[in-house]
Write a protein that binds this ligand. Structure first.
Ligand code: MIC
Ligand code: SF4
Length: 655
């Protein structure tokens, strides 16, 4: 039996374990990326590991999220990241150079290599045939220190694309269709591989839109073959030497297979407040639109914005619509400026933002109360845009551009056609906003906004606390630790952030948790979906949360909980969730011993209801050690592991 494309890459990087779905494996990591809102914590953790220089082939620190220096806090974080990157041999991409995923695709991604990044959309580079995985900052710090990356061997999903897209239908519509098919939890524990004749018709940036939004499926990653399109992209980026052809074996075995006929596809939207609430544009109809936001790591590429410029050329943005455009990178913005498309965008009335995450993470452009905002982004989670009453729809750049002119939602298929931009032979390559490792002679600078990260304590014999919060299915990290223009400056200040934990669900949670000193959270399916932010574990840790009882967990968040020493219990019977109420007192006797003895089934007593129920805690040997120690950092300290000069296979004995 042959291998899938990702199995081939995993096999080449396998350090430990067997490539059997569900088994823990350890792989070596070639590249890492961080961005500023998760980066400060990751670098504080890296500093705690006592290494001289990173051990990866390439590590890059981007500044793209916290772009509003309304006080010293963001500026401090940027300075810290720049100086720490310089010290440890990490490339530094300055603010304004672009969104990490777009820039990494353009300048650093290499087919067949492995990449982990402290951002859930790291799989974007899967569009280049790279095995690219989102992870918590601590896991990324460990990879920089030369440690392997541990994950459960994913199942393999094949999505065969046939036919070709019609003008007006884009690769964003393909991934929205995949979200309709699989849902926001359909990809958990799986890798999505695209294949078929239709793949050949998609350029790398179009593929990257789809691998980017594989994060919204909960997938470990998504990947395309590395083929003529990949070569054309790398050559146009003056990086043809990085090309290797990669494809799955003909007889590769997939756990699930789907087929999508691109000819049949229609323009789609994701309705509020979930990326899998999919309808066709036609079904939703001509609703009034107040704001249109184009860009982000999903649809901020040169080709995306050239399409938008072609549609807007000579037209006027509707008087009642605010159109904002955030280009994905400096490369994209420079090229638009050089060929005149930027002038067409500005002339139409579009507001041009700098290259960065911007409105996608609520850094400005919060819509008006009850406004309808149409966005080419990847997430429309409740409250993420900064306005709780706003209704955010996700769509393609074409749908967004036509709707900005009309003031209502418009299907590109119903609109006049536009001139399709052609794929450039040469991208504008100007890497002068990337600071080379060790280029500056400067010590690490740590401003007063940078506080240390919280640490858990070793697991105690018994566990007992009250349920402080009970939440529904599909709770996102945006619910757990909201991010917006007011909060992002405090990503390196856990005590400050703790005042806002779960605030869009229950504004009393933080003060109640502080009063209770310790407690539990009860959640439904796919608890912790969305971002990779460790803050969704570190802040609950700071607030004394000892365990989360849920029907199931999202992959990155579960790892972040374990890394922080918080217990992720899964209900054996989903119906037990219904029997627990907020305020119930739960206890597990002899928990520590049970974990030491590798018992995965545990009995929980609900003292308030005088009943018991069973939970699962399947832990790999490494996860078990982390939980017993009260988190990975404690484990490292306990064992006094010095990472200096250790090679990955040697460190396996330690962690
Ligand atoms: C996001 O899109 O939610 C973010 C902001 O990029 C996060 C990272 C973060 O919270 O800093 C992500 O996707 O991991
Ligand atoms: Fe930035 Fe949005 Fe992409 Fe996250 S999803 S990296 S906030 S552009």
């Amino acid at each position: 039996m042959g291998l899938t494309l990702s199995q081939k890459i995993i096999q080449k990087h396998l350090l430990h374990g067997e490539m059997k779905a569900g088994e823990e494996i350890a792989i070596s990591i070639d590249q890492t990326l961080t961005q500023d809102s998760t980066g400060t914590m990751a670098y504080l953790q890296l500093e705690a590991m006592n290494i001289d220089q990173v051990k990866t082939k390439r590590s890059v620190a981007y500044i793209d999220h916290n772009m509003l220096q309304v006080g010293f806090e963001n500026a401090d974080d940027h300075k810290y990241i720049q100086t720490v990157a310089n010290k440890y041999g990490i490339y530094f991409s300055k603010p304004g150079n672009g969104i990490c995923h777009q820039v990494h695709l353009e300048r650093f991604g290499v087919p067949g290599q492995t990449l982990i990044g402290s951002d859930s959309h790291t799989p974007t580079c899967g569009g280049l045939g790279m095995l690219a995985i989102g992870a918590g900052g601590l896991d990324v710090a460990l990879a920089m220190a030369g440690q392997p990356y541990y994950l459960k061997m994913p199942k393999m999903v094949q999505i065969k694309l046939t036919g070709a897209l019609r003008t007006g239908v884009s690769s964003k519509d393909i991934i929205l269709e995949v979200l309709r098919l699989l849902s926001v939890k359909g990809g958990v524990g799986k890798i999505i591989e695209y294949s078929g004749e239709g793949v050949k018709t998609l350029t790398v940036p179009e593929r990257a839109t789809m691998t980017n939004m594989g994060a919204e499926l909960g997938a470990t990653t998504s990947i395309f073959p590395s083929d003529e399109q990949t070569y054309a992209f790398l050559k146009a980026q003056q990086r043809e030497q990085d090309f290797t052809a990669l494809v799955a074996d003909e007889d590769a075995d997939y756990d699930e297979s789907y087929e999508i006929d691109l000819d049949e596809l229609e323009p789609l939207v994701a309705k509020p407040h979930s990326p899998d609430a999919i309808s066709t544009v036609e079904e939703v109809g001509a609703i009034k639109v107040d704001q249109v936001a184009i860009g982000s790591c999903t649809n901020g590429s040169y080709l995306d914005l050239m399409k938008v410029a072609a549609i807007l050329k000579g037209k006027r943005v509707h008087p009642d619509v605010s159109l904002v455009i955030s280009p994905g990178s400096k490369q994209v913005l420079t090229m638009l400026a050089q060929n005149g498309a930027l002038a067409d965008l500005i002339a139409s009335g579009a507001r041009i933002l700098e290259s960065g995450c911007g409105p996608c993470i609520g850094m400005g452009q919060a819509p008006a109360s009850h406004a309808v905002s149409l966005r080419t982004f990847n997430r429309n989670f409740y409250g993420r845009c900064g306005t709780l009453s706003a209704q955010v729809y996700l769509c393609s750049p074409e749908t967004a551009a036509y709707s900005a002119i009309s003031g209502t939602l418009v299907s590109p298929l119903q609109a006049t056609t536009f001139e399709h931009p052609s794929f450039p032979h040469q991208f504008e390559v100007l890497d002068n906003s990337i600071i080379l490792p060790n280029e500056l002679k400067q010590d690490v600078v740590r401003g007063p906004n940078i506080k240390s990260f919280p640490l858990n304590e070793a697991l105690k014999k018994d566990l007992e606390a009250s349920v402080l919060l009970k939440v529904e299915d599909n709770i996102t990290t945006d619910h757990i630790m909201p991010s917006n223009a007011k909060l992002l400056p405090y990503r390196s200040n856990i005590p400050y952030l703790s005042n806002h934990c779960f605030e869009t669900i229950d504004s009393t949670f933080s003060s109640r948790a502080k009063q209770a000193k310790q407690g539990f959270i009860v959640g439904g399916e796919n608890y912790g979906q969305g971002s990779s932010r460790e803050h969704a574990a570190l802040v609950p840790l700071y607030l004394g949360i000892k365990a989360v009882f849920a029907k199931s967990f999202a992959r990155i968040h579960r790892s972040n909980l374990i890394n922080s020493g918080i217990l992720p219990f899964e209900f054996e019977q989903s119906s037990d969730y219904d029997l627990i109420e907020e305020g119930d007192r739960l206890s597990i006797k002899n928990l520590k011993e049970a974990i030491e003895l590798n018992q995965t089934q545990l009995t929980v007593t609900n003292q308030s209801k005088q009943s018991t129920f069973t939970v699962h805690l399947p832990l790999s040997p490494r996860e078990k050690e982390a939980i017993l120690a009260g988190g990975i950092i404690n484990l490292i300290r306990q064992r006094a592991v010095s990472y200096t000069h250790l090679r990955a296979h040697e460190t396996l004995r330690h962690l």
